[in-house]
Design a protein around this ligand. Structure first.
Ligand SMILES: [Zn+2]
Length: 206
């Protein structure tokens, strides 16, 4: 792409670094911003800067939060004996939307994937294992995507906490293997949390 302006070229380059955005789309977005009032670009830039600089991760569940302890962990009405293990905040949002779950979460920050160079040490598994040792948690619900990486991660955690006397279960999903949790519809997801099955069952089937 030949640009008549270095400023435009830089902006297009930066926008095109975002996932799913090619050079053409980046150019369209940059030209769109030029047509809008300056305030709008300021608001966009400021919100992105603040997001990056001020965001925190909950000290208990590692979910993205504006404060040290997230709203869910700080809520005394939530049942701290049940912890739902998920990959990221999108899963928390999907499960919260069902309105069916009253326990807490543990956000791993991804799943074990040797292909992508993600090992257990890159996730918050140690924190989960340490929390499990404290004796407050009675049940872990694995709610990772039903992919090979998700299954590997479930099994790895299961082996780490084996012998601690924790109940482990997986959400019984009526959706196809490989479907991401965030795309599951709320009714199905809500039902699958209520009808979760012991993790050991999924091992026998596998
Ligand atoms: Zn939290």
């Amino acid at each position: 792409m030949d640009f008549s302006s270095k400023l435009l070229e830089n902006a297009v380059y930066e926008i095109s670094q975002l996932p799913g955005i090619g050079k053409r789309t980046a150019l369209r977005l940059a030209l769109h911003l030029l047509k809008q009032p300056k305030d709008q670009t300021s608001a966009l830039s400021n919100s992105l800067l603040k997001l990056r600089e001020e965001i925190k991760f909950c000290s208990n569940c590692h979910n993205i939060s504006d404060v040290v302890l997230c709203e869910i962990c700080a809520n005394p009405k939530r049942d701290e004996s049940i912890v739902c293990v998920v990959e990221d905040i999108r899963d928390v949002m999907a499960i919260e939307n069902t309105g069916q779950y009253r326990g807490l979460y543990h956000v791993l920050g991804g799943r074990i994937s040797p292909m992508e160079g993600v090992g257990p040490q890159n996730l918050t598994i140690d924190s989960l294992v340490n929390k499990s040792k404290e004796g407050i948690i009675k049940e872990l619900i694995f709610a990772l995507s039903s992919t090979m990486e998700g299954d590997t991660t479930n099994f790895y955690i299961y082996k780490q906490i084996e012998g601690m006397g924790l109940k482990t279960s997986t959400i019984a999903r009526g959706i196809a293997v490989g479907d991401e949790l965030e795309y599951a519809d709320e009714v199905t997801l809500g039902r699958s949390i209520l009808n979760r099955v012991p993790f050991e069952n999924s091992l026998k089937l596998g």
